[in-house]
Design a protein around this ligand. Structure first.
Ligand code: BJW
Length: 243
């Protein structure tokens, strides 16, 4: 990390962090584009995360999400998540925008979170979008909506679906007015989330990427750190505020 970055973050008033699956990798959650394991090795995640896949085989898609839900419930946030909680405490206007559905930022203690792709811990009706308060005890897979009898599905955003009302607009507004944009653990492949750092760049923000691998953002970022976020972010917090 450079002295210039440390100084900029220390004096920044508006900071936005966009996170992707990579921030949860050190908690033991596989990234979206990692190879699937075991039972799921023969499926591509991109082919399961669509309304068409659910319509074709609701049981298969429901069971994939049930497997993933159980997996995320059995892991804990890592030092990367906690470093972002620290930033929220210390930066006057800090907005955390996540593409993750695993709820680990909330469990770590982050408060101001914009979830672009929903949350795997919630379930809604495939037919009419009602959130379901209770589900799972009916023995049917997928369970049915108590209100209309429709099939229940995870409350996540699949390819081809709109993002939750207002979520992208809020994230874009924060990106266009921030001093610094941190892009953490995302492949920068999925839109509209991937457009946010570019919106920040156009408005003159300092853009910082943290990812062990290069992405399409790397050539445009002011700083790009090839490091795991669970190591880099705590070191950054420590360099900016604790030394
Ligand atoms: C580490 C690490 C460590 C590893 N530390 N890092 C424009 C152009 C082209 C296409 C489109 C476009 N606009 C829209 C589209 C279509 C489509 C799209 O983007 N397609 C692309 C694939 C081309 N987008 C949509 O359909 C979206 N809807 C939409 O656009 O509606 C209209 C609209 C327009 C404008 C405004 C508002 C609305 C919906 C997208 C929904 C994405 N849903 C998913 C599934 C969610 C549920 C679930 O989890 O199952 O979201 S797909 C999947 O990808 C998931 C993720 O959130 C998302 C992003 O993936 P992410 O997080 O980047 O993970 P990976 O695995 O790709 O990368 C992990 C990274 O971590 C890697 O780089 C590693 O190196 C790194 N890493 N270890 C730090 N320790």
């Amino acid at each position: 990390m450079t002295a210039e970055l440390v100084e900029r973050l220390r004096s920044a008033r508006r900071v936005i962090a966009l996170t992707g699956a990579g921030i949860s990798a050190e908690s033991g959650v596989p990234t979206f584009r990692d190879a699937q394991t075991g039972l799921w090795a023969k499926y591509r995640p991109e082919d399961l995360a669509t309304p068409e896949a659910f319509a074709r085989d609701p049981r298969l898609v429901w069971e994939w999400y049930a497997w993933r839900r159980e997996r995320v419930q059995n892991v804990v946030p890592n030092p990367g998540h906690f470093a972002l909680v620290e930033m929220e405490r210390r930066i006057p206007e800090f907005t955390l925008v996540t593409q993750n559905v695993d709820d680990l930022h909330r469990r770590a203690g982050s408060k101001r979170i914009i979830e672009l792709h929903g949350n795997i811990t919630r379930v809604k009706c495939f037919e009419n979008n009602h959130l379901a308060a209770h589900w799972g005890e009916q023995g049917q897979i997928p369970p049915r909506c108590a209100e209309c009898g429709g099939l229940l599905r995870p409350d996540v955003v699949w390819f081809g679906e709109n993002l939750p009302a207002g979520a992208f607009e809020q994230a874009l507004a924060a990106s266009e007015t921030c001093d610094m944009f941190l892009s953490i653990g995302t492949s920068s492949l999925v839109y509209p989330a991937a457009s946010l750092p570019f919106a920040a760049l156009e408005r003159g923000a300092t853009v910082v990427e943290v990812n062990p691998n290069a992405t399409s953002l790397t050539p445009r970022a002011h700083h790009s750190f090839r490091a795991p976020s669970g190591e880099f972010l705590p070191a950054l917090v420590s360099a900016v505020w604790l030394r």
